[in-house]
Design a protein around this ligand. Structure first.
Ligand SMILES: [Zn+2]
Ligand SMILES: [Zn+2]
Length: 336
């Protein structure tokens, strides 16, 4: 069957709700509320800078300061809103600003940092397409890594101290977001801080041994897992790591990430992508599940069904997808 691009996008691709519901839900049509100028004034010394220099300076200013500036000075508002990176983000990913504000991490990132993520496509953990933004690093990630790579798990500050032998003072150096369960950081950030403080994991284990006499089993399992968190790019697809039986429960799964569009096809492009998932692969997995094929073996033959793709990569994938023709012939439409 000769697959047409339109059919591929219309019938084979989708954005499954069960995956999008696995991260912080956002309204991707959010628009930025317009700011009110509190008083008109000059930008002081900044006002004397050429516009290009001013833009360069503002793009590296953290978002909180940037917004303060835009609220206080008339020219500041105009200059900020004219900033190329800011305009693009405000147009296509305004929901990100809202979530950063709610999580109280708006002071962590500049427009440049967020724009770099907007203009990238790779998951920081495995290198595949990342349809999500990991809020505590402003880097892209994929759903598989959010589930399977404990570096991207969220951890309560109280547990950070206990697991990694850090003081209340020391954990102040961590990026922290506010959430319903309390103040959360990431396991990766916590382990990196622990390595700075204790130098080696062995030293941490010597000073703060995980003692089964003092720790309940569920905590012990979790702490061992956290301490083993990989800090570098994974060497294999996270879904092919046979750890499902030993992996502890991630109670905050997806609570540190949001859907995040990407602008991939050149600076002049005006159409960002959201990531596409393959119905064909999902179909293959369901069929094989009926035949009880082992999941790890199957994932070596077929891309894991909750792998997301960019449009260009999806078209390539569709040519080789085992169930593409079967699914397209059924003419499903819309997301599931
Ligand atoms: Zn990944
Ligand atoms: Zn497929």
């Amino acid at each position: 069957m000769d697959l047409q691009d339109d059919d591929i996008f219309l019938h084979l691709s989708h954005r499954p709700r069960h995956i999008l519901n696995g991260v912080i839900s956002v309204d991707e049509s959010t628009e930025l509320a317009s700011t009110t100028i509190q008083r008109d004034s000059l930008l002081g010394r900044l006002d004397k800078l050429p516009l290009e220099v001013l833009h360069e300076f503002l793009s590296y200013l953290d978002l909180q300061s940037l917004w303060r500036l835009s609220r206080v000075f008339l020219r500041g508002k105009a200059v900020v809103e004219f900033l190329h990176e800011y305009r693009k983000l405000a147009k296509f990913a305004a929901h990100t600003f809202k979530i950063l504000k709610q999580a109280r991490i708006v002071g962590l990132y500049s427009v440049s940092t967020l724009y770099a993520a907007f203009y990238s496509k790779r998951c920081i953990s495995c290198g595949a397409y990342g349809a999500f933004l990991f809020l505590l690093s402003a880097k892209r990630c994929c759903f598989a890594c959010l589930v399977d790579n404990q570096s991207l798990w969220m951890i309560l500050l109280l547990l950070v101290r206990e697991c990694f032998g850090l003081t209340k003072q020391q954990v102040k150096a961590l990026p922290v977001m506010w959430s319903i369960p309390g103040k959360l950081s990431s396991v990766k950030a916590a382990k990196e801080l622990a390595l700075k403080v204790h130098r080696l994991l062995e030293e941490l284990a010597t000073i703060y041994p995980l003692d089964s006499w003092n720790l309940p089993t569920h905590k012990m399992d979790k702490f061992i897992w956290y301490r083993q968190a990989p800090l570098d790019l994974l060497s294999q697809d996270p879904l092919t790591i046979p750890d499902a039986n030993i992996r502890p429960l991630d109670e905050f799964c997806g609570m540190g990430s949001i859907p995040f569009p990407s602008l991939l096809s050149g600076r002049g492009s005006t159409e960002p992508e959201q990531g596409l998932w393959c119905r064909g692969c999902e179909f293959t997995y369901k069929e094989c599940a009926i035949e009880e094929m082992d999941y790890i073996t199957l994932s070596r033959l077929v891309p894991p069904y909750y792998r997301a793709w960019s449009k260009a990569d999806f078209l390539q994938h569709a040519k080789h997808c085992h169930s593409a023709a079967a699914v397209i012939s059924q003419k499903w439409i819309g997301s599931t």
